[in-house]
Design a protein around this ligand. Structure first.
Ligand SMILES: [Zn+2]
Length: 421
C-alpha cells in the first residue's frame, strides 16, 4: 500500500475507534454528578458500596476496558499496514541519504513512532480529555492536554531512536550473539531509565516541591524509621493541574529515590489518612519493590530476546514485511508488534506480581500505623476520587489490575481490626 492510502485508512480507523468509545462512554449527567458525600467514607461501612456507586463507577470504567482493547488492536493494525509496503518504500527513498544506516534507522524509527501516536490520538483525546472532563476528573484545558501530547511525542521519539539504534547496531555488530548482548543492553537501559525518569522525565510534566508540613514530615520520618528505611525527602507533585484523582508512589533507584504524594491526596485527607498512604509507600521501599521489578523485567527481557532469536531464523516472518532478516530496518514494525504482543501476553503475570507487591505494602502499612479504620477510610476515599471499579469482572482484575480491587483491600484492613471476628 502507498503512504497516502495507508495513512488515510489508519486515521479513519483511529477516528472510528474513538467514536465507538465516545459513544459507549455516554452517561447521563445525573449519574456522573451523583458523587456521594464525605459520610460515604465511614469505616463502619467496610467493603459495602451502594448499588448506585457500583453502577456509577462501572459506567466510567467499563468503556475504559473497551478503549484498551481497541487501542491495542489499532496499534497492531497500524504496524501490520506499515509493514506491508510503506516502511519498505521509505527505506528505498532513504537509500542515498547521508549518514548511512544510523540516520536511516533514526528516520524510520521516528516516522513509525509518529504514525503510531497520530493514529492513537483521537482515542486518547476521547478517554483522556472528553470523558475525563465529563466526569469531573480532569482539570486541564485543551492547550494543556495538547502540550502534554507534544512532550510525550518528544520523549517517545528519543526512546524510539535510542532503542532502534541499540537493537539494529547490536545485530550488525554481533550477528550470532545479538540476542544475549541485546538482553544485557536493554536491561542496562531499563536500569538507566528507572534512574533518570524521576529526575529528567517526570519534571517535564509536574512540579515537585518538598512537603511543606513539618508535622506530617516528622510523622513520615518516624514511620520510615519504624519500617527500617531511609527517606531523604517527601515530595509533593502538583497533580491538581491535571486531575482530581489521588495517588502516591515511590520511584527511582540510588540517589534518585523518592516518595511522591499528589497534592490532591494532601488536600482531601487529614494527617492520619495521609500517614497511612505514606506508610503504604514505605512498605514498597522496605520490600525493595523497585529493585525487584527491575530484576523481574530483566528476566522478562531474557525470555523475550530468546524467543526473538528463535524467530530470527523464520525467514518467512521477515519476508512478509519485505525485510531480509531481523537486522533489516524494514523489520521494525514487526519488532514493535512483537514487543506489543509479548507485553500483552505477560500482562497477567506483570499485574499479578504488582497486586502481590501492593498487598504486601498494605499489610506493612497496617502494621506501621496500627489503625485499620483510617485505612478503610482512605480506601473508600480513593475509590470515590478515582472512580475505581468496585465490582470488576475477574478477567479484568486478572489481566489489567495493578492493585487488588478496593473491596479486597478493605476486607484485608477489616481483618486487621481488633473487633474483627
Ligand atoms: Zn502501592
Amino acid at each position: 500500500m502507498t503512504w497516502t492510502k495507508s495513512i488515510f485508512i489508519l486515521l479513519i480507523l483511529g477516528v472510528a475507534a474513538a467514536g465507538v468509545v465516545g459513544f459507549v462512554s455516554r452517561t447521563p449527567s445525573a449519574v456522573r454528578s451523583a458523587a456521594p458525600g464525605r459520610d460515604a467514607t465511614d469505616p463502619s461501612l467496610g467493603a459495602d458500596f451502594t448499588s448506585g456507586d457500583i453502577e456509577r463507577h462501572a459506567a466510567y470504567r467499563g468503556p475504559a476496558y473497551l478503549s484498551f482493547a481497541l487501542g491495542t488492536i489499532l496499534g497492531l493494525v497500524t504496524l501490520a499496514v506499515l509493514a506491508r509496503g510503506p516502511v519498505a518504500d521509505l527505506v528505498r527513498r532513504l537509500a542515498d541519504v547521508k549518514g548511512g544506516w544510523v540516520v536511516r534507522t533514526l528516520i524510520v524509527a521516528a516516522v513509525v513512532a509518529v504514525v503510531l501516536t497520530l493514529v492513537s490520538l483521537p482515542l486518547g483525546f476521547v478517554r483522556g480529555y472528553s470523558v475525563a472532563h465529563a466526569w469531573g476528573l480532569s482539570t486541564q484545558n485543551v492547550a494543556g492536554w495538547i502540550s502534554d501530547q507534544v512532550k510525550a511525542i518528544g520523549i517517545g521519539l528519543v526512546f524510539a531512536g535510542i532503542s532502534a539504534l541499540v537493537f539494529f547496531g547490536l545485530v550488525r555488530w554481533q550477528p550470532r550473539w545479538w540476542w544475549l548482548v541485546g538482553w544485557a543492553a536493554f536491561t542496562l537501559l531499563t536500569v538507566l531509565l528507572t534512574f533518570i525518569y524521576p529526575i529528567v522525565v517526570a519534571p517535564l510534566f509536574n512540579r515537585f516541591t518538598p512537603l511543606d508540613d513539618p508535622v506530617l514530615e516528622r510523622r513520615a520520618l518516624a514511620l520510615a524509621d519504624e519500617a527500617g528505611v531511609t527517606v531523604k525527602e517527601v515530595l509533593v507533585a502538583d497533580a491538581s493541574r491535571r486531575t482530581t484523582a489521588e495517588n502516591a508512589y515511590v520511584t527511582g533507584i540510588g540517589s534518585a529515590k523518592r516518595l511522591v504524594l499528589y497534592d490532591t491526596l494532601l488536600a482531601n485527607g487529614d494527617d492520619d489518612e495521609t500517614a497511612f498512604v505514606i506508610a503504604h509507600e514505605l512498605g514498597h521501599k522496605a520490600e525493595n519493590h523497585v529493585v525487584k521489578n527491575l530484576v523481574l523485567s530483566s528476566v522478562g527481557l531474557l525470555i523475550g530476546f530468546a524467543v526473538l532469536a528463535w524467530l530470527s531464523h523464520r525467514s518467512a516472518v521477515w519476508r512478509w514485511a519485505g525485510a531480509d532478516g531481523i537486522g533489516d530496518i524494514r523489520a521494525l514494525p514487526l519488532l514493535i508488534a512483537f514487543v506489543t504482543i509479548a507485553g500483552l501476553l505477560t500482562l497477567p503475570v506483570q499485574n499479578g506480581v504488582s497486586r502481590w507487591f501492593e498487598r504486601d505494602a498494605d499489610s506493612i502499612a497496617f502494621r506501621l500505623t496500627g489503625d485499620p479504620d483510617t485505612a478503610i477510610r482512605v480506601f473508600r476515599r480513593l475509590a470515590f476520587a478515582n472512580l475505581a471499579d468496585l465490582k470488576p469482572v475477574p478477567l479484568a482484575t486478572w489481566v489489567l489490575f495493578s492493585h487488588p480491587p478496593i473491596p479486597d483491600r478493605i476486607r484485608a484492613a477489616v481483618a486487621e481490626s481488633p473487633s474483627a471476628p
